[in-house]
Design a protein around this ligand. Structure first.
Ligand code: 13P
Length: 291
């Protein structure tokens, strides 16, 4: 039951109005931590890697570790490639065994975004049930190789969203609604809830068809997260927070144990920090007990 199709996992979430946490990891300790937290909460899980850590660790190595952890876990778990702007690398990761691929051609003009996204969909659907995520509009901030300045960001046009979904054949859709990658500059960033509602009704109004993704989870207030989920967000991406936990916990541990040379203890501290962070997300996303 553990290695599954993301679309099925997220259609269930859309129908039952909860969201699945999609957590970006950069190393083995983080991957083990997110799996352990999700197993303890009996929550479905999406593990994500951005392109740089994917290339650094190698897709086949990541897939081997993912499969080893997922096969013995009593919950469904997917492995997702996040924000890839290169069609060929999307195909390489699909071949290696990632179960979801995000082609991010959102900086391209509409027609080119459709062309590249469809190319990845055709490839992934042709080699098996690999789900593909596409994005329309642009999410501001920095996510690995994708950088969008605030004044460059554009929100998703609901009518174009329908056309994009129909013409590409995507399984999962990320509409830009004002969330941002990285740390928010204000406590209450300006989000377009009505736009999300409209897109959700247009695409999934009659029955759930293409689950919606919310990017830029780090720093959003819990009531905002819950509102985004109630309006139809069923995959919720969190990345920056895990990087901060990894670096801050390592720094704090070493600062207070400067004479100790025991890497395992640093790893244990990082793992504990990540697990506690994931418990928080699983609780506010409402996916505890849904596996
Ligand atoms: P944050 O880094 O803001 O949590 O965003 C994560 C994300 O959307 C990854 O695709």
């Amino acid at each position: 039951m553990s290695i599954v199709d993301a679309k099925e996992m997220l259609l269930k979430a859309t129908e039952e109005k909860y969201a699945v946490g999609a957590f970006n990891i950069t190393n083995l300790i983080q991957m083990e931590a997110v799996v352990e937290a999700a197993v303890n909460k009996r929550a479905p899980l999406i593990i994500q890697t951005s392109v740089t850590p994917s290339k650094f660790l190698a897709p086949k190595v990541l897939v081997a570790i993912y499969k080893t952890l997922a096969e013995s876990a009593p919950i469904p778990i997917c492995l997702h490639l996040d924000h890839c702007i290169d069609v060929e690398y999307c195909k390489q990761c699909a071949d290696a065994g990632y179960t979801n691929i995000m082609i991010d051609a959102s900086k391209q003009v509409f027609k080119e975004n459709i062309r590249q996204t469809k190319q990845v969909c055709d490839y992934c659907h042709g080699i098996g049930s690999i789900s593909v995520e596409g994005e329309l509009g642009t999410v501001s901030g920095v996510e690995d190789q994708v950088k969008v300045a605030e004044d460059e960001a554009s929100l998703c046009d609901p009518k174009q969203a329908l056309e994009f979904v129909d013409q590409t054949g995507i399984d999962i859709f990320a509409p830009a609604i004002g969330t941002a990658h990285g740390v928010y500059k204000t406590k209450n960033p300006k989000l377009d809830f009505n736009r999300l509602k409209e897109i959700s009704e247009l695409i999934n109004g009659d029955e759930p068809k293409v689950p919606l993704v919310i990017h830029g989870g780090t720093g959003l207030q819990p009531d905002v997260v819950k509102k985004l989920v109630s309006l139809g967000g069923s995959k919720f991406n969190v990345s920056t927070e895990l990087k901060h936990t990894l670096i801050d916990t390592t720094h704090d541990y070493i600062s207070s144990h400067r004479d100790e040379y025991n890497p395992g203890k640093i790893d244990a501290a990082v793992k504990e920090g990540i697990i506690n962070g994931i418990y928080y997300w699983i609780d506010i996303l409402g996916c505890a007990g849904k596996a």
